[in-house]
Design a protein around this ligand. Structure first.
Ligand code: GRF
Length: 218
């Protein structure tokens, strides 16, 4: 299959370091596709400047202009669909999405969450891992369903928690791994090795376990 013309749309809310990893992967040819559009819900997102500097089409849909999540999601979905994506990447997109958006892109919608899902859906994940005395922390790429951070995991990377770790030091070590596992999961999806079917994630036609594949740092 010629995959090089596949189109990615990325959604961001902030600094966009995961988005940058995708820009890098497209530019060095490791991701078999192009970034058709970057959409932000925040006009001031620093990642927008990075995307524009890379020559990528950007659109802002400001959630503060909407009375309901559903109305926002309807316009967001239009802005994404207009770019005709094969794969939609939530890259630090900090809005809860309703079925109005999620159902439209089911099976081609990925997110990265900074915990070892199913542990710690939601916010403050690193502090929660520390407070719980966990020995491992990490990040998970998962297909998105309308359950918050509840869609099937596809790829997970862990780090060992050190005695002097804070939420900040953990976040920084884990972010480095996020920049590796997120493009890798996208590559597998675009290559057809990874897919979503019947509420589950599949890799090479076998259903994945509840924590997805485990990443071994190279
Ligand atoms: C990352 O920690 C990611 O796991 C979470 O939001 C953060 C986004 O960071 N979903 P960035 O904007 O990609 O730098």
């Amino acid at each position: 299959m010629n995959t090089s013309d596949q189109r990615l749309v990325l959604l961001i809310s902030g600094r966009g370091s995961n988005m940058e990893a995708f820009i890098q992967g497209v530019s060095d040819g490791s991701i078999p596709g192009s970034i058709a559009r970057v959409v932000s819900n925040r006009p001031g997102a620093a990642g927008l400047d990075i995307a524009r500097a890379a020559g990528i089409d950007t659109v802002t849909i400001d959630h503060r202009d909407y009375d309901s999540r559903e109305a926002f999601d309807a316009d967001l979905a239009e802005a994404v669909a207009a770019a005709d994506p094969d794969l939609v990447i939530l890259a630090g997109f900090m809005r809860i999405l309703t079925p109005v958006f999620v159902d439209r892109f089911e099976g081609r919608l990925l997110n990265i969450h900074p915990s070892l899902l199913p542990l710690y859906p939601g916010l403050n994940t690193h502090q929660r891992a520390l407070d719980n005395g966990d020995t491992l922390a990490g990040a998970t790429v998962h297909y998105v369903t309308s359950e918050l951070d509840g869609g099937p995991p596809v790829l997970q990377a862990s780090v060992t928690v050190q005695p002097d770790d804070t939420a900040t030091t953990l976040a920084s070590r884990i972010l480095t791994l996020e920049h590796q596992i997120y493009p890798q999961a996208a590559i597998w999806h675009l290559d057809g090795r990874l897919r979503y079917h019947a509420g589950q994630a599949w890799f090479d036609d076998a259903p994945l376990p509840a924590t997805g594949l485990q990443w071994n740092e190279k």
